[in-house]
Design a binder for this molecule. Structure first.
Ligand SMILES: [Zn+2]
Length: 259
């Protein structure tokens, strides 16, 4: 298959951002089996809050060499009242110590989550740990891309991988992140023609900086639910994301249009 310049086929075997810990035990087994049947071999499984880190860690042990764990506090789950900073960061360090290849994520900034100074503080602390331990970072951003850049510009070359998941920003802004070595990971939002900025990014990001994900099991818009997974989405959808991104890139390369 012509992947329009996307270099390594390994990229297509990797769901670069997923929350396997959010499936029940039964669903999980099925979700992984169905994805494997479609050629997916690697799952980058992102924790979102201290209470799910143990499950993420257990999954990494259970599915060794398939599930790559990340531990972090997602901006949605940051509240000054319930983050006991000292204990949480001690716990994070212990998780990173336990699994030497674990990354830091899902962390980031989100304008919908409010509490901005505290969000930035928690984000910075987690970036510092990732730098100290030399770990990959999985970033979430909704809006706040300038603030995100201000944080990340200090860390050029500090992480083995800096992945920005489900990116929505201008291409000009994305170029600044690319200069920091960031890679961009697209999910089924890209199938929705209303997400014009995301589709433009998917069309223009250099092939070596392009990754794919499903962000399963989060049902981000309807029409892609898997009945066998009780209506959640699953990593088996990854090839649909590949196909759409490829189609967008072909059209864009040939005619300079997205659809
Ligand atoms: Zn996520």
């Amino acid at each position: 298959m012509d992947w329009n310049g996307v270099a390594s086929t390994d990229v297509f075997k990797r769901d670069a951002h997923i929350h396997l810990q959010e499936y029940s035990h039964q669903q999980l087994d099925l979700a992984i089996k169905r994805a494997m049947a479609r050629g997916i071999e690697r799952f980058d499984c992102c924790g979102t809050m201290p209470s799910d880190w143990n499950r993420v860690s257990n999954l990494a042990m259970q599915y060794k060499d398939m599930v790559f764990p990340y531990f972090g506090i997602h901006p949605w789950y940051i509240s000054e009242h319930d983050v006991d900073v000292e204990n949480v960061f001690e716990f994070l360090v212990s998780m990173l110590g336990k699994i030497p290849y674990a990354g830091v994520g899902e962390i980031g900034l989100d304008y919908k989550a409010g509490n901005f100074d505290y969000q930035k503080f928690i984000f910075s602390q987690q970036l510092e740990l990732a730098k100290e331990y030399g770990r990959p970072v999985a970033v979430h951003t909704v809006g706040m891309v300038n603030e995100l850049y201000e944080h990340l510009v200090q860390y050029k070359g500090c992480f083995p991988e800096l992945l920005i998941h489900s990116p929505s920003m201008s291409y000009e802004m994305a170029e600044k992140f690319l200069k920091l070595g960031a890679i961009f990971s697209f999910n089924i939002f890209v199938l929705n023609e209303e997400y014009v900025r995301m589709r433009e990014l998917a069309a223009r990001i250099p092939p070596e900086s392009l990754r794919f994900e499903t962000d399963s099991p989060r049902r981000i818009f309807s029409g892609y639910e898997v009945p066998e997974l009780n209506g959640l989405i699953g990593p088996e959808l990854l090839p649909e994301v590949h196909k759409e991104v490829l189609a967008i890139r072909r059209r864009y390369a040939a005619r300079g249009v997205l659809s």
